[in-house]
Design a binder for this molecule. Sequence first.
Ligand code: FES
Length: 203
Amino acid sequence: MERRGFLSACAAVAGASQIGVLSEVWAVAAAPYAGTPCFLLDLGRPVVAARELLRADGSAYDWSGGVGPSRSIVAYSAICAHKLAYPTREVSFIRFQPDRSPTSDGDVIHCCADHSVYDPSAGARVMSGPAPQPLAAIVLEYDPERDALAAIGTVGAEQFDAFFHKYDFKLALEYGQGHARQPAGDTTVVRELAQYCRQTIRC
Ligand code: FES
């Protein structure tokens, strides 16, 4: 998504120190559209840029790394790059997994629908599973004077059109006809995933 187009929907996500106060290191927010949840994660350590990530079509892009006081905060679309599983109010198959599991050493984004595993410290590159490309990254800017974050764009393979097409009926029921595709407002609410959806699938 182009920065210019996104800026009108610029979502001030949250104060960075506020994220650190959360007992969990991750949360979910709506950006850039009202109906497209994103993960906002404080990985607790500086996160450097990742170069030459590949979209499914073979084109490459760079991801600029973490932001915030410790450069530890990252954000990604929570729409799985495989078959577009995403956190709904009822259930989420995709989540941040801090702990070690049979499929990873932890600190990964894991989609239990078909076991795609993404590395949030490396632009959400695919570590394992059927996903053909990384999660789209939300580009963040940090304002140290205000201790505030703003989402200013996306980089990588956006799947928003496919998402709205696939879940058109479901999103209309949840948000009202056409409202899921409304740009996120000037601010958006960040919630821990457990506060956002009733059941998180673990695998
Ligand atoms: S939808 Fe996420 S791995 Fe298939």
